[in-house]
Write a protein that binds this ligand. Structure first.
Ligand code: ADP
Length: 267
């Protein structure tokens, strides 16, 4: 492929008089340039994502000040839209900060032997209001006597919440079904699965969903307050656990996100 080289050259002279040749120093700076491009793209994406809710907030506020404030039929929905846009901004800022902390390696993971069932139950308890609101049927299956895993429970909780939250957003109201299961693959690896019967993901999008800000349906994601950063955060955390994450999905049928984690004793 294309390489970017930085070349410095200098003439070689004997006793400062006759030139005998030249020294060239060639440095491959392709990686550095690529990283610079990634950083620039990231800043551009963040700015773009910030602009959308900001435009909504200023646009609706102006309309309210220009008279809509005294028209109750419009004032309340406009204020709700402003509230939603500011919540979107908060979510975005929080996710960008989390992602940059996670990516920069600034996190001091506290790995211990973790009972995965306990972390799943805690995450489910947290998401209970959203599950109940959409009347989703949730099925949790944790194999009895599952070995503890090598993890930082706080970050494993973030992984599970993100995956279940995505599943909640993917399913239909009332017909939605989500199954969280954990079982041993072998003596060294435990598999945690979050399965839903939601919208599913087309093959072409599957490779891209872990990219920052990538959303299959931007409108849908914004509606539920998504930032497009959740899966990037999940992937980083899983890799920091020396684990892996794989997805199987069928459009209009549902998805299964599987996280492979190391058993604590195998460390
Ligand atoms: P978001 O904040 O938009 O949920 P994520 O990084 O968590 O961002 O996910 C990226 C995209 O992947 C989502 O916008 C959605 O299109 C798709 N996605 C993630 N999980 C699921 C799922 N369980 N079912 C269908 N699509 C999903």
């Amino acid at each position: 492929g294309e390489r970017i080289m930085q070349i410095n050259s200098m003439p070689l002279a004997t006793m400062g008089k006759t030139y005998e040749g030249c020294v060239f120093v060639m440095k491959d700076i392709t990686t550095v340039r690529n990283l610079e491009k990634i950083r620039r793209d990231f800043v551009a994406s963040v700015s773009h994502e910030l602009r959308t809710p900001l435009t909504v907030i200023s646009g609706y506020t102006e309309t309210l000040l220009e008279g809509a404030l005294h028209d109750p039929a419009h004032a309340v929905p406009f204020l709700k839209t402003i509230l939603q846009a500011s919540q979107q901004l908060t979510a975005l800022v929080n996710d960008v900060l989390d992602l940059s902390r996670i990516e920069s390696g600034a996190i001091d993971y506290q790995f211990t032997a973790v009972d995965i069932g306990g972390v799943v139950r805690k995450a489910v308890e947290f998401l209970k209001p959203s599950l109940e609101k959409k009347q989703i049927r949730l099925d949790v299956r944790i194999t009895a006597g599952l070995p503890t895993i090598y993890a930082d429970a706080r970050y494993l909780d973030i992984v599970i919440r993100n995956l279940v939250d995505n599943a909640i957003n993917a399913v239909d109201e009332r017909n939605g079904r989500i199954r969280i299961s954990a079982f041993a693959m072998n003596k060294e690896v435990v598999r945690l699965e979050v399965e839903d019967n939601g919208v599913g993901i087309a093959k072409a999008d599957l490779d891209r969903i872990f990219e920052r800000f990538y959303r299959v349906d931007k409108g849908r994601s914004r509606q539920y307050g998504g930032t497009g950063l959740g899966l990037s955060i999940v992937k980083h955390i899983v890799l920091a656990h020396q684990g892996d994450i794989v997805v199987n999905s069928k459009l209009n049928h549902g998805s299964v996100f599987s996280v492979l984690l190391k058993v604590a004793h195998s460390k």
